[in-house]
Design a binder for this molecule. Structure first.
Ligand SMILES: C[S@@+](CC[C@H](N)C(=O)[O-])C[C@H]1O[C@@H](n2cnc3c(N)ncnc32)[C@H](O)[C@@H]1O
Length: 389
């Protein structure tokens, strides 16, 4: 078959999936000219004021750009790109998955395989609206000292409120991109007073209308008693807290692992447990980075810089989190490391996101060894946990 016929066939499947409401998502990859840094295009269906649109997330090397197009305009654009800028298109529908591949000579071939998804995702109406925690009539925000009974955010609660809102905003996109199923098993490591745990449960249940089962694990019994009582008061049936060391906790069937500022190596334990249970998403914002700082014994020219305490501290943070991401990649997680909120709300603003793909980076551990050698580090705690050197 020639390329035009294959491309037309693929576009027909796309059009059919929209008409029959079986469209799940589409990814356009193998971008032929990456001079502008465009790597991939992710296509979702959204509903704005009652009309369906294609929402295209254009992923560039260092940023995402989202553009919405009316369906016909989107189809026209995608048709233009296929075989030109885009050499690989993967359409997922609840009927089947379709892949359109172009070879070097731009000859196309369409592959059809069994559908990965059995249901379509909820169409986001207006993601911005869905991303905020509603403070009106919110029991947990009031009981946690974030808001007044009237839902006004207190001055002393504002930083925490911003932090959890941002965290939820990121989780919202990740959940909608990675899960079409309703029931989600989630673990929050070092849940403390449960700010994030309550907000995430509320958001999943009442905004995304999912069926979350969230467990918060926390060392301090007093906090666990408080949060369990509060969960009951809120009527959050499947939100529970347990007083335990994460080290001693056995995890099964985990979809998402979160940890907001779990102290020092508790973040490593959280990541290791998440990886062992093959959680689809691991989303952590690390806290203090003491372990690597104590281990570092740099003998190279860099020692002249690292003699300054603050620079040594920042370097230790970089290495700790950089190696965490590399180890996750070695274990089949695609990672991203970024600042999730501005430093005015918290200095501990780094976030590591890992999405399980099963594709292990075979070179990642060699890179870890090189970095450790350069800084005179014996071991990274996460490495030890996964049975490495
Ligand atoms: C900085 S607080 C953060 C609490 C909460 N996530 C938040 O952001 O508000 C870290 C929490 O982790 C808990 N923690 C530390 N190590 C832990 C471990 N090994 N197992 C379970 N919880 C732990 C501490 O007791 C503390 O409440």
């Amino acid at each position: 078959m020639n390329s035009t016929v294959e491309t037309t066939g693929f576009i027909e499947k796309l059009r059919e999936s929209i008409g029959q409401d079986t469209f799940v998502k589409m990814t356009l990859s193998k971008i032929s000219n990456q001079a502008d840094g465009l790597k991939n295009i992710y296509v979702r269906l959204i509903n704005l004021k009652g009309l369906d649109y294609f929402s295209l997330t254009m992923r560039y090397t260092t940023r995402d750009e989202v553009k919405n197009y009316p369906i016909e305009e989107g189809i026209a654009l995608i048709t233009l790109w296929l075989g030109d800028r885009v050499l690989n298109a993967n359409l997922m529908t609840t009927k089947a998955d379709y892949t359109l591949l172009f070879n070097k000579k731009r000859k196309a071939r369409m592959l059809v395989s069994k559908a990965t998804f059995s249901s379509i995702p909820e169409k986001a109406h207006d993601r911005k609206k869905k991303r905020t925690i509603n403070a009106q009539g919110n029991i947990y925000l009031r009981e946690l000292g974030i808001s007044t009974s009237e839902g006004k955010i207190l001055k002393e609660g504002q930083r925490k409120f911003k932090q959890i809102n941002k965290y939820i905003e990121i989780l919202s996109g990740l959940v909608q991109d990675n899960f079409s199923k309703e029931e989600l098993n989630i673990l929050d490591v070092g849940s403390g007073k449960g700010y994030l745990t309550f907000a995430f449960y509320d958001y999943l249940k009442n905004t995304l209308q999912k069926n979350p089962h969230i467990m918060g694990i926390e060392l301090r019994q007093k906090l666990v008693d408080f949060t369990n009582q509060l969960a009951e008061k809120c009527g959050f049936e499947h939100l529970r807290f347990i007083a335990k060391d994460i080290n001693d906790f056995e995890i099964k069937d985990l979809d998402i692992l979160i940890a907001l500022h779990a102290c020092d190596t508790a973040t490593d334990i959280a990541i290791a447990k998440g990886m062992q249970s093959k959680a689809k998403l691991i989303v952590v914002a690390p806290c203090c980075h003491k372990q690597i700082r104590k281990e570092m014994d740099c003998q190279s020219e860099l020692a002249a810089i690292l003699k300054h305490g603050i620079l040594e501290e920042r370097q230790a943070e970089l290495i700790t989190d950089g190696i965490r991401a590399l180890i996750m990649e070695a274990q089949g997680y695609k990672t991203k490391v970024f600042e999730f909120i501005s430093t005015e709300h918290t200095a501990k603003n780094l976030m590591i996101v890992g999405a399980f793909t099963g594709k292990r980076d075979a070179e990642a551990m060699a890179k870890v060894r090189t970095i450790k050698k350069a800084f005179g580090i014996g071991k990274h705690y996460l490495e030890k946990l996964i049975g490495g050197e």
